[in-house]
Design a protein around this ligand. Structure first.
Ligand code: NAG
Ligand code: NAG
Ligand code: NAG
Ligand code: NAG
Ligand code: NAG
Ligand code: NAG
Length: 410
């Protein structure tokens, strides 16, 4: 009896939901509607045209994963409340969007045109009041000067996964409201990003250039930038003061970049607000006492999987807020206790050191003692993964199989 009641209780909302989503009056045939007809979802129906008789009060119209190659003004006539239109994964191209296609949708803010592989050009006619445009996974190669000229309200633009090779000078001229620009997984090289091209986008806060083919950091980026993603490029060197105009930057991601061998002294000068530096898995082979200069506010530093052979005693001492430090999987053979001195770095709480070829002699005895002596302030994470590489008689021995007395100099 009890389980019968439970079944009724479980079933009721499902039945209700089914009624709400399928049987809503005015929902176009085969489509699913929610909240009456505020959301009309006609995805994956094999449609070659936008369905007729879409309810006039619709706010979100989802037409993704169909075979629509063309839209027209008539398709959207009277949809004055339409804010969100998803046309991703269809067969559209620029010719499929005539000049007046969006003249009747004054509220449209978000348009998704992703994964319409026939777009070799950026569409000429888009509604000028758009705030968010997804143009991911199309076939755009060159961003022309006039591509975004009418989109002065854009806040969020994503053209990732297109094969973009170049952006024309002036392309961002009218994008004075743009806050987020993702251009990840494209083919931009240094010449593909003209000097100052992003600067007119003075409100730009997030710039994603992940997995392109840049060999250097673009200069003259908008000074208000807060998040810069240069992951997976072919950058070779970070020259002195290369980020010095980016005084608002909070995160800098340059990981997965084996080509990056050199970070010059003062490369990070000016980055006093940077919180997170992620330089995991690069070719970095040297850290000096001044490599990190300028990073006074940084609290997470990722330097795992690099080729760093040694850490100078004061390398991180400017970072008064440093709390997490990743130095694992480098070529470090020994470490001075000053590097992790919590009287200079009061917030330092966790440090990753495993995967380095430690020379387990008297100079490293302090580390073994620290780990054995409660391992706090800071905590050495996964201490048992620290293994000696030298002297010969300790080679291959994990720290937790040794006692501090084994760490001796001859
Ligand atoms: C639209 O419907 C499809 C198929 O039923 C579903 O997979 C998708 O999550 C729905 N989309 C939204 C935004 O509700
Ligand atoms: C750009 O906007 C202007 C004024 O609103 C309009 O006359 C022009 O046709 C638009 N151009 C494009 C390419 O949409
Ligand atoms: C875009 O910028 C050009 C100058 O580059 C200007 O002539 C045009 O009016 C601007 N368009 C809009 C819609 O702001
Ligand atoms: C910093 O800004 C100045 C003035 O706009 C500019 O000349 C210089 O090239 C910028 N530096 C970098 C590294 O972008
Ligand atoms: C350190 O962190 C505190 C609290 O999170 C913050 O108020 C302070 O501004 C930071 N110091 C620096 C130099 O960024
Ligand atoms: C050891 O660490 C624990 C947890 O961090 C702490 O509660 C304890 O007081 C420490 N003991 C000593 C002797 O420092």
């Amino acid at each position: 009896m009890a389980s019968f009641r439970t079944a009724i209780l479980l079933l009721t909302p499902a039945v209700l939901l089914a009624w709400v989503t399928v049987a809503a009056p005015g929902c176009p045939e085969h489509c699913e509607c929610e909240h009456g007809t505020l959301i009309v979802n006609c995805s994956r129906l094999g449609l070659t045209r936008v369905p007729t008789a879409i309810p006039a009060n619709v706010q979100q119209l989802i037409l993704e994963n169909n075979n629509i190659a063309k839209v027209s003004r008539d398709n959207f006539r009277g949809l004055k409340s339409l804010q969100f239109l998803d046309l991703s994964s269809n067969q559209l191209n620029s010719e499929g969007i005539p000049a007046d296609a969006f003249d009747d949708v004054p509220s449209l803010q978000t348009l998704d045109l992703s994964d319409n592989r026939k777009f070799e050009d950026f569409p000429t006619y888009l509604p000028s009041q758009l705030m968010t445009l997804y143009f991911i996974q199309n076939s755009l190669k060159h961003v022309k000067k006039e591509a975004f000229a009418n989109l002065s309200d854009l806040i969020h633009l994503d053209i990732s996964y297109n094969g973009v090779e170049s952006i024309a000078p002036g392309a961002f001229h009218n994008l004075s409201n743009l806050a987020v620009f993702y251009c990840d997984f494209n083919k931009l090289n240094d010449n593909g990003i003209p000097t100052s091209v992003f600067q007119p986008a003075s409100k730009l806060s997030i710039l994603g250039l992940r997995f392109n083919q840049l060999t250097r950091v673009p200069v003259d980026l908008p000074p208000g930038l807060e998040h810069l993603d240069l992951v997976g490029n072919k950058i070779v060197e970070l020259p002195s003061r290369v980020f010095s105009n980016l005084t608002e930057l909070q995160t800098l991601e340059i990981w997965q970049q084996p080509s990056l061998t050199t970070i010059d002294d003062d490369a990070f000068a000016g980055l006093g607000k940077l919180q997170i530096l992620d330089a995991t898995s690069t070719g970095l082979n040297r850290v000096t006492g001044r490599t990190m200069d300028g990073l006074t506010g940084t609290w997470q530093v990722y330097l795992s999987l690099n080729k760093i052979p040694a850490i100078p005693a004061g390398a991180f001492h400017d970072m008064k807020n440093l709390s997490s430090l990743w130095l694992d999987a480098n070529l470090i053979t020994t470490l001075s206790p000053e590097v992790l001195d919590t009287s200079v770095l009061p917030r330092l709480s966790e440090v990753y050191l495993w995967g380095n070829p430690w020379t387990c002699d008297c100079h490293l005895r302090w580390l073994k003692e620290h780990i054995d002596n409660n391992n706090t302030a800071p905590t050495i994470q996964d201490p048992h993964l620290n293994v000696c590489n030298a002297p010969p008689k300790l080679k291959g021995r994990a720290f937790d199989t040794l006692s501090p007395n084994d760490f001796v100099c001859s």
